[in-house]
Design a protein around this ligand. Structure first.
Ligand code: ZN
Length: 132
């Protein structure tokens, strides 16, 4: 059952931006903002990551992005990609890390967008009857 759901989810993500396109995008972003220094071995979407937007295993050079980002504005997806790419160069979230991300002009805007999504998730949802 899990396998089948994963398959469905994979098809879903292909319609938006496939793993191959995602890897190409990461390479472009690394080139543009980090002088090509961040070279991930793999970049892919995952559906089992609901509390984090992205994650990175520097030892393996692997980057995973939550499927929840699909359908969000491109600059937000790019920010999360850059964030994880930066972790290939600098672990943790110290000043050196954020200095790297300053190269991307929409870091603050993208962080604000993602904070807004989290906040909206926590709001009580109005049901249809509440709207009446
Ligand atoms: Zn991080």
């Amino acid at each position: 059952m899990t396998v089948m759901l994963d398959k469905l989810a994979a098809q879903e993500s292909k319609r938006l931006l496939g793993d191959t396109e995602l890897a190409e995008r990461a390479a472009r972003l690394s080139e543009q903002y980090f002088g090509g220094r961040a070279r991930p071995a793999s970049v892919r979407w995952v559906t089992n990551q609901n509390t984090r937007w992205g994650s990175c295993t520097p030892a393996e050079g692997s980057i995973r992005l939550s499927h929840r980002l699909q359908g969000m504005p491109e600059y937000v997806v790019d920010y999360v990609l850059l964030h994880e790419l930066a972790h290939l160069l600098v672990p943790g979230h110290g000043p050196r890390f954020w200095r790297l991300l300053e190269a991307y002009p929409r870091t603050e805007r993208a962080r604000g967008y993602l904070e807004g999504v989290v906040a909206a998730d926590r709001l009580p949802h109005l049901s249809a009857s509440d709207d009446e």
